[in-house]
Ligand binder design. Structure first.
Ligand SMILES: [Fe+2]
Ligand SMILES: [Fe+2]
Length: 166
């Protein structure tokens, strides 16, 4: 049986993952509109992935006989100004998601909820990967000189390749 607190926190995480999906969808839309097809492709894929994260929690709650709630979501920003600023925002977002996952894991461990701790370990590992991905994109944008207005076409193409590797 899940504690009331864990139940509420897992439903909160459903909301965070669903918001993440919409955030990347909004970024994909902005990228597509601003002649960044590689970034758009990557971000559409990222949006799908976040939805699958949400579904994982849904399924976990359902499997253990608990209720999963479909959340109301706030609207993500729709104007991201520049490619680098957008990916900086994405990394910052992932760092906040990592924080939320770690809080969930803390709760699971301290309340001896070993089933949830086991379930959450996948998310802990996934967040290492997510942060690594966005950090690598930012490093590449920096090296390419995108901030100074250089190599945007090539950098965007490179990000598109990452969508295929996913
Ligand atoms: Fe996620
Ligand atoms: Fe993520």
């Amino acid at each position: 049986m899940l504690s009331k607190k864990m139940h509420a926190k897992l439903n909160e995480q459903i909301e965070i993952e669903a918001y993440s999906s919409n955030l990347y969808l909004a970024m994909a839309s902005w990228a597509s509109e601003n002649a960044l097809p590689g970034s758009a492709k990557f971000l559409y894929k990222q949006a799908e992935e976040e939805r699958s994260h949400m579904m994982k929690i849904f399924e976990y709650l359902n499997r253990i006989g608990e209720h999963a709630c479909v959340p109301a979501l706030k609207e993500p920003p729709c104007d991201y100004k520049k490619i680098e600023a957008m990916f900086e925002q994405a990394l910052k977002h992932e760092q906040s998601v990592t924080q939320a996952i770690h809080e969930l894991m803390d709760l699971a461990v301290t309340s001896k909820d070993y089933a949830s701790a086991g379930f959450l370990q996948w998310f802990v590992d996934e967040q290492v990967e997510e942060e690594e991905t966005f950090r690598a994109i930012l490093d590449m944008l920096k090296m390419a000189g995108v901030k100074e207005g250089r190599n945007i076409y090539l950098a965007d193409k490179e990000i598109g390749k990452r969508a295929e590797a996913k």
